[in-house]
Design a protein around this ligand. Structure first.
Ligand SMILES: [Zn+2]
Length: 299
């Protein structure tokens, strides 16, 4: 650790000592409470997390919650749908609504259920997917849920089923798959066999990614995968609980104005997007955990 990180790490240790909690190994509760005690700029938050992670690693512990809680675009808390609830909310039939809904559910599956980052979600290709002996994506098992509507494995097969024909522009076949009268309620899509069209689509069709955009006419984009910003937006929208969509309260994170965004390079905008997401996650975590720890740390 460099000197700046050392300083942040000892600030954390001192605070832990003063509040009578163990710095090593520190749990997410301690870190969240620490964050709440010392409000700071995004860059400082990021540096502190890095310092705490470094300090713990030196002591032989990992800040193992940091990846899902800090780096993920996926939100946690009762205001947000879980991955499986989000999958159940998304449309799976009708053209082109169901096509986009299936693409969105595929994304929610990758990011929310399997814990891939947005960048990894952009890069997943057919070679990352195994169907036998069980469905895995980059070695992570896609589980089956009791209810077909929220079944993660169904979310995967529903997308694979339609992605192939849609990528080749076989619109009759695509529409047939999305025909609302074709679905038998209560039957798992993941128990119905898949043909191999999706396997060859990425290399032989004009669509070069498994994470394509879907236009209003139901055509898949032939350009690169969805951008990180689009992925964030889709995931956040999918996590809004449909019945309470209008009363969703935003977290206390500062959003950048359109003018500010314009001045930044694309890379910088993505960077800030990442920081905002980390802050969103941290604030949500802090809020959720502070009540539990108030007594313990005398806040
Ligand atoms: Zn299923």
């Amino acid at each position: 650790m460099n000197l700046t990180l050392e300083r942040e790490w000892s600030l954390f240790r001192d605070w832990c000592e003063a509040t009578d909690i163990d710095a090593v190994p520190a749990g997410r509760t301690a870190v969240a409470a620490f964050m709440a005690t010392f409000p700071a700029a995004p860059s400082t938050w990021r540096r502190r997390i890095q310092a705490i992670r470094g300090g713990l690693e030196e002591a032989g512990y990992s800040l193992d919650w940091a990846k899902p809680a800090v780096a993920s675009v996926f939100r946690e808390g009762e205001r947000w749908a879980t991955a499986r609830q989000a999958i159940a909310q998304l449309p799976t039939v009708r053209f082109p609504t169901g096509l986009r809904g299936r693409r969105d559910a595929w994304l929610v599956l990758l990011v929310g259920e399997l814990g891939f980052t947005r960048r990894e979600a952009q890069q997943i290709t057919e070679t990352d997917i195994s169907l036998f002996p069980e469905l895995t994506i980059r070695g992570r098992t896609v589980h089956r849920a009791e209810d077909p509507a929220e079944c993660p494995r169904c979310a995967a097969t529903r997308w694979l089923r339609v992605y192939g024909p849609a990528a080749f522009g076989f619109s009759n076949e695509t529409k047939e798959i999305l025909n609302p009268w074709g679905e038998t309620p209560g039957v798992h899509d993941c128990s119905v066999g898949l043909d191999g069209v999706w396997r060859v689509a990425e290399t032989r069709s004009p669509v070069t990614t498994m994470m394509p955009s879907v236009d209003v006419h139901g055509w898949l984009g032939t350009e690169a995968a969805l951008s990180l910003t689009s992925i964030s937006k889709i995931v956040h929208d999918a996590q809004r609980i449909t019945s309470t969509r209008e009363v969703v309260v935003r977290g206390p994170v500062r959003r950048y104005t359109a003018d500010e965004q314009k001045q930044m390079s694309h890379e910088l905008a993505d960077e800030l997007d990442d920081v905002n997401e980390q802050l969103d996650a941290l604030f949500a975590l802090t809020k959720q955990l502070l009540d539990d720890t108030k007594d313990a740390i005398g806040l």
